[in-house]
Write a protein that binds this ligand. Structure first.
Ligand code: HEC
Length: 158
C-alpha cells in the first residue's frame, strides 16, 4: 500500500514536471532567432502568387456567388463556416488574415504551411495539412469575394 501511494505521488510529480517543461520550452521557441526572417510583406500576406495588395472595390455579388459554389465543391469537405472541422471555421477568416494571405494560402498551401507562422500554428492545432485544391487566381479572388460578404455580415451584427 505504501509503495502504491509513493508511486502515485511520484507519477503526479512527474506529470507536473512534464507540464512545467512544456511551458518553458514553448516560451523558448517563440524567442528563437534561428528561423529564417520573413519580410514584412510575407509576414502579413504569406507566400504565393499574390505579391501586391488586391484592389477591393464594392462587393461584387456575382463573384461572391461563384465563390460560394467553389467553397462548397472544393473546401467544404474540410471547412465549415461556424465550427471547427478538419480545418478551422472559416466565416471569420478575414478577421484573422489579410485578403492577400487568404488568396495565397488557398493558391499555395504547402509553402505557407512550411514557412508561415500563422499556417504553422494552425497545423499544430489541426494536425492535418491543407491540400492544394488546384484553384486558379480567378477562383481565389471569387472565394475572397464570398468571404468579404460573410465578413460584412459579421460586422453588421457587431
Ligand atoms: C483536406 C482538407 C482541406 C481542404 C480541402 C481545404 N482546407 Fe483549408 N485548411 C485545412 C487545414 C487542416 C487548415 C489548417 C492549417 C493546416 O494544417 O494546413 C486549413 C487552413 C486554411 C486557411 C488558413 C487561414 C485560417 O486562419 O483559417 C484558409 C484561408 C483556408 N484553409 C481556406 C480554404 C479554402 C478557401 C479551401 C477551398 C479552396 C480550403 N481551405 C480547402 C484543411 C483543408
Amino acid at each position: 500500500m505504501k509503495k502504491f501511494i509513493l508511486s502515485a505521488a511520484f507519477m503526479s510529480l512527474s506529470i507536473l514536471m512534464l507540464a512545467g517543461c512544456g511551458d518553458s520550452s514553448n516560451k523558448k521557441s517563440t524567442a528563437k532567432t534561428s528561423e529564417p526572417e520573413l519580410s514584412a510583406w510575407e509576414k502579413e500576406n504569406g507566400f504565393g502568387p499574390v505579391k501586391e495588395k488586391v484592389v477591393l472595390g464594392a462587393i461584387d455579388k456575382k463573384m461572391a456567388a461563384k465563390g460560394e459554389k467553389i467553397f462548397e465543391s472544393k473546401c467544404a469537405s474540410c471547412h465549415k463556416l461556424d465550427e471547427r472541422y478538419v480545418g478551422p471555421a472559416q466565416r471569420n477568416v478575414l478577421e484573422r488574415v489579410t485578403p492577400e494571405f487568404f488568396m495565397n494560402m488557398v493558391l499555395n498551401p504547402d509553402e505557407n504551411i512550411d514557412k508561415h507562422p500563422h499556417a504553422k500554428q494552425m497545423l499544430a492545432v489541426y494536425l492535418q495539412r491543407m491540400t492544394n485544391q488546384n484553384v486558379n487566381l480567378q477562383d481565389a479572388r471569387e472565394l475572397l469575394e464570398y468571404f468579404r460578404v460573410l465578413d460584412e455580415g459579421l460586422k453588421a451584427k457587431k
